[in-house]
Design a protein. Structure first.
Length: 94
């Protein structure tokens, strides 16, 4: 699914939450971007935005996690998966 498909699944409250927490995407990508070799920043930010939307849809406050903790973990996992995918693509292209 792409970003638009996920965005269509959000309720009005979830859309507000995503917009308010978009700085988490940029700060997390900025903090860990230097550690990920040869990634394109815009692609990485798109993956992180998708992770933010997915995490907002799946978040369950009854489990005891803070929203920001849950979202940052989701963003980091998405960034790491993106980097691994990119590394595999580079390894097979040579």
């Amino acid at each position: 699914m792409n970003l638009i498909d996920f965005a269509k699944r959000l309720t009005a409250d979830q859309q507000v939450t995503v917009e308010e927490n978009r700085p988490l995407v940029y700060s997390t990508v900025k903090k860990y971007f230097g550690r990920l070799p040869r990634t394109v920043r815009e692609d990485l930010e798109d993956e992180a935005k998708l992770a933010l939307i997915r995490a907002t849809i799946k978040y369950n406050p009854d489990l005891g996690w803070k929203y920001s903790t849950y979202v940052v973990a989701s963003i980091l996992n998405a960034c790491l998966r993106f980097a691994q995918r990119r590394m595999r693509e580079m390894a097979t292209s040579t």
